[in-house]
Design a binder for this molecule. Sequence first.
Ligand SMILES: [Zn+2]
Length: 405
Amino acid sequence: MKPVPRWPLHPAPVEGEALSSWLRRVAACYQMDARDLLENDLGHGQVDDLDIAPPLSLLTVLSQRSGIELDRLRCMSIVGWVPWLLDSLDDRIPAALDTYAFQLSVLLPRRTRKTRAINRWRAWLPSQLIRRACPLCLDGSAEQAILLAWKLPLMLSCPQHGCWLEAYWGVPAHYLGWENADSAPREASEAMTAMDQRSWQALTMGYVELPRRRVHAGLWFRLLRSVLDELNTPLSYCGKGAGSICYVWEHCGQPPRAGQNQWRPYEILDPAVQLQMLEAAATAFDLLESQAVIPRGEQAALFLPALQTGATSRLLAKERQQEPMRDWKGMVRAVNEAFTEARYNPETARSLFALAAYGKRDPESLERLRAEFAQEGIPPAFLSHYEPDGSFACRKISDSLSSKF
Ligand SMILES: [Zn+2]
């Protein structure tokens, strides 16, 4: 068989670059576009899913033309990230979502979550790959490479520059415009860059350093996807974790579930909502690590500082025995969470009010308490019909409110 000649010119792929981006850059060396190169040089016509699952025959000829190993070329499309990033590219596997996103729990206790079964689902893959890029990467480099991870709703920021990935149109190196034309590169928050650095470490190193221990990349992506679903869980299914979920959303300045009323898997949410969900996930990890929310999931401990050993843990245990109220931080946290949850959950609002009103029977004190609750953002309608014996006479109003969650 006649050996396939090497291309005299072919730029090296940039780390994490998408196959389509690299092919565009190879084609540019010969004053072609990627389509011409595929058709005239590689004999492949139009390939629709170049960045998802390119034909093996194409990868083979690309390897021969460039001298780059087949495996490296394969990892420039999503198929090369199976089974780390996703279990399979086949979207007809029953219970695929359940297996991927409902086995682990971080913010919520596992048993309180409602599992979901849907037809045709693949982790992380939106119906159309996203067109986002780092303005600094594209401004400052001759390569103008587009990374594969930018095309998925997986990261918010550039791992190298720490600025937001921005939506663009056009073809890099030829003509390119930013959808948000006037904006300078926006610096991402510390929480976002910390989360994105972990995803980047997972993609490039195959593992992630979490506070408690190092975990495999596959586990990191499943933890992240689980948290995204936990943040999208209707509050009525969150049990005691509802306060933590509300607290996270409040920190982001967003309504719970980014305002979604109906549950849909993350992958098919509107791209703007996906970004809000990712931002909430970054906030959740940050709050979890600073111990500002109560960890309720089985895997939450991975985000807590390493366990104290030996003398330190014995000393702490002794201190706790002598002074049981020393966990004031935990108490403040629990009260804060209860207040946050009470803003959305009538049941919690009523319990909290009954607790605060304990021993108060005169209407003036109860009115003052109602005003204080209203100042905390708890709707007065949640607290109507309170009886001084500690019960609520009519639950209909609150129950009808709670049904909307
Ligand atoms: Zn960058």
